[in-house]
Ligand binder design. Structure first.
Ligand code: BG6
Length: 490
């Protein structure tokens, strides 16, 4: 059950609020999933009147929400307030406190406060510090803070940040967002595994040959060059989303379906991922590359270094493919390949489980039978796809793959809630299952940091690929070297 609360949204005039958070709140409202006693205090640097802010919320919903504005609109928008605040200005926090208290009084909301920090990471610490100094965290109800990524730039900076936030919020009050964990089919991985007799017994190194996780994007840096050029694909996508998906595929069944039990199992996977330290080993297992100009949808697009605000000599990777091993009993010897990049041929996210071949007998005498493959489709479709072998009716000697496919979001009457809707609702319910706990973040940095170091020292080559392709040739070789291929994205 969502609990009565006030959401204090820092970054209320920013992009995330506009594209994701307001639309998510509106969907929850329309589906009667928000508590009756609920309000939003938007906080931003710009000085805006209440009306202008409400207009801004409206236009965001008109552009991005799943539901059109209807006659319940007035009730929804009457819950939105705005405070303009200079992060370092102590007095502004008093104004904020006053607004929160007034809203709580007027809407009869107990002092439950959800702080959503949709702001630049360097502001997390000063904001939490000032919130405490101003007495805004002395509420009588609960307090929670939601933090968007990136959580640090490396292990050291993440530790410093965590320590600072930890002076103000307890670990169970901190909700670190990884929006991939809010995606329907990412959450469904554990259901596919733990609710199907067909899969759980074979979900191990005896029956699985390899796992491939792809998250490809068509977009380039999209005006985020200032951040991205310092981050690169490894920090931007692998440290969080890709490793999180890997843990969902690889974790052991949790002792119960409770946040801490699930996160404990994910942490064990992260601990078991083989760390790579030497440049030579990293060069064999990790391919990094940057996009060149190319063509997407018959449009010519620029190369990465020609993009606005990107350093023309930038060595930042916009693509990473990697092979990881999880050194535990279940997965010993099984490669987990991941690949992610910008300006690729298609936007898609998929987890592919390739099963091992049967012995080369009977129908597989030549060893050429196609392996069984399970595809968990996370984007653009929500669904699963299973490839099996059957005899062809027209040619009884021929065994050929057939597919069984289920797509959730084309079922009648079904619409998949956006990841942010699920995550905002979880915060209001106090369910942190699909948020990353500190030890997960720290371990992910421990895996990624040594790789970043070899990237930055130039010890690992930076390859190139044409925009609109599937990445560099070297990524193909990474799997071909093991006698495998990337399964084409569906
Ligand atoms: C974000 C990255 O975390 O995820 C972006 O910072 C990336 O660079 C985005 O575009 C991809 O998310 P999705 O949900 O569109 O696959």
């Amino acid at each position: 059950m969502t609990e009565a609360a006030t959401m204090i949204l820092f970054g209320a005039t920013g992009d995330l609020a506009k594209r994701k958070l307001f639309p998510a709140l509106y969907s929850l409202f329309r589906e009667h999933q928000l508590p009756e006693q609920f309000a939003v205090v938007g906080v931003g640097r710009r000085s805006l009147s209440q009306d202008v802010f409400r207009e801004h919320v409206k236009s965001s919903i008109e552009s991005f929400a799943r539901y059109p504005v209807n006659n319940e609109w007035r009730d929804f928008i009457s819950r939105f307030f705005y405070v303009s605040l200079d992060i370092e200005e102590v007095e502004d926090y008093q104004t904020l406190l006053h607004t929160i208290e007034t809203v709580e009084h007027d809407f009869n909301i107990p002092e439950n406060r959800l702080f959503y920090l949709a702001i630049a990471p360097e502001l997390f610490e000063p904001v939490t510090f000032h919130l405490q100094q101003a007495g805004i965290l002395k509420q009588r109800g609960w307090k929670r803070v939601v933090i968007e990524k990136p959580f640090g730039h490396d292990l050291r900076s993440a530790e410093v940040l965590n320590e600072k936030i930890g002076q103000v919020f307890r670990e169970e009050e901190i909700y670190r967002i990884d929006h991939y964990l809010g995606k329907e089919m990412v959450q469904n991985i554990e259901v596919i595994r733990f609710a199907n007799t067909l899969f759980e017994p074979v979900w191990n190194n005896q029956y699985i040959s390899n796992v491939q996780i792809t998250s490809s994007e068509v977009v380039g840096v999209e005006g985020r060059a200032r951040y991205y050029d310092h981050a690169g694909a490894l920090r931007d996508m692998v440290q969080n989303h890709m490793l999180q998906m890997m843990t969902m595929v690889a974790m052991e069944p949790p002792s119960r379906l409770k946040p801490e039990a699930i996160r404990d199992e994910k942490v064990k996977v992260l601990r078991s991922i083989r760390r790579m330290h030497q440049a030579e080993e990293i060069s064999r297992h990790v391919v990094r590359a940057q996009y060149l100009a190319g063509e997407i949808d018959s449009q010519t697009v620029k190369g990465y270094v020609e993009e606005e605000k990107v350093n023309p000599n930038s060595q930042t990777e916009t693509f990473v493919a990697a092979k990881f091993y999880i050194d535990n009993f279940r997965w010993a010897g099984i490669p987990f390949y991941i690949r992610t990049g910008k300006r690729l041929a298609k936007k898609a996210t998929e987890v592919i489980i390739q099963f091992k071949q049967l012995p080369p007998l009977y129908y597989n005498q030549s060893g050429q039978l196609e392996p069984n493959v399970l595809v968990i489709r996370i984007y653009p479709e929500n669904g699963i796809y299973l490839k099996l072998n059957l005899r062809q009716p027209e040619d009884t000697d021929k065994i050929a793959p057939v597919s069984m496919s289920f797509t959730q979001n084309s079922s009648p009457g079904f619409h998949s809630p956006e990841a942010y809707e699920r995550l905002v609702k979880d915060c209001l319910e106090g369910d942190s299952t699909y948020f990353t706990r500190w030890d997960e973040v720290a371990l992910a940095w421990k895996i990624v940091d040594p790789i970043v170091r070899t990237f930055e020292s130039g010890e690992v080559p930076l390859y190139t690929y044409k925009a609109g392709s599937w990445g560099p040739q070297e990524a193909e070789q990474l799997v071909a070297h093991d006698g495998l291929k990337w399964w084409p994205v569906l």
